[in-house]
Design a protein around this ligand. Structure first.
Ligand SMILES: Cc1cc2nc3c(=O)[nH]c(=O)nc-3n(C[C@H](O)[C@H](O)[C@H](O)COP(=O)(O)O)c2cc1C
Length: 180
């Protein structure tokens, strides 16, 4: 049972979450930035965890990534985002997929979330079984992560791995989101 964690990050906050999630998943995990992420997802991966920053209430676009770079993010302007990567994936009936994002904590009452947008892509394009969506919170546009969020990401990774272990072939379809 193997897990692939794919992340996109402008200032490094989502990367830090992805690293914590991967540590939580533990054995059999591969962590990769979206620019290096393989398509299709390699054989033998039964859980894909994919995450990126929330931009304009959704997944990033080339224009919002340029905006971030103009605001000081040291990211590669030519790199694709999670949205573009997901668009390249073939349909799958067996891949379990969990999505996450980072968002600004002070506006957490606003509905837009990259994790939910990625979840919609998963469902709409039949990329696999969406098992969970989760948001993690930053203080401001460039971060840092709010206190306790790295620990929560680690615990979320552990719980994803635990679900998978409990159900043998993969997490059951929880179909829910748990966004504080
Ligand atoms: C162009 C742009 C649009 C953004 N829109 C939102 C938004 O709609 N909601 C939100 O909570 N945060 C928004 N943010 C803040 C990002 O979510 C924040 O920069 C990100 O979580 C930081 O993660 P990163 O370091 O991995 O890029 C936006 C940031 C940028 C640059």
């Amino acid at each position: 049972m193997n897990t692939l964690v794919v992340y996109e990050s402008m200032w490094g906050n989502t990367k830090a979450v992805a690293e914590a999630v991967a540590r939580g998943v533990g054995e059999g995990v591969t962590l990769v930035g979206v620019a290096e992420a393989p398509t299709p997802v390699p054989e033998g991966i039964d859980l894909l965890v994919v995450g990126g920053p929330t931009h304009a209430f959704s997944l990033t676009r080339a224009s919002t990534r340029r905006d971030a770079i103009a605001k000081g993010a040291a990211a590669n302007p030519a790199a694709p985002g999670i949205r573009e990567w997901l668009e390249q994936l073939p349909t799958s009936s067996h891949l379990n997929i969990a999505t996450f994002d980072t968002r600004v904590g002070s506006v957490r009452h606003l509905p837009g979330s990259a994790a939910k947008a990625a979840g919609k892509e998963v469902r709409h394009h039949h990329l696999g079984r969406l098992v969970e969506t989760m948001s993690f919170y930053v203080n401001d546009m460039s971060g840092p992560l709010l206190d306790g969020e790295a620990e929560r990401a680690h615990a979320w990774g552990q719980s994803l791995a635990g679900m998978r272990a409990a159900h043998g072939q993969g997490p059951t379809q929880l179909g829910g989101s748990d966004q504080r």
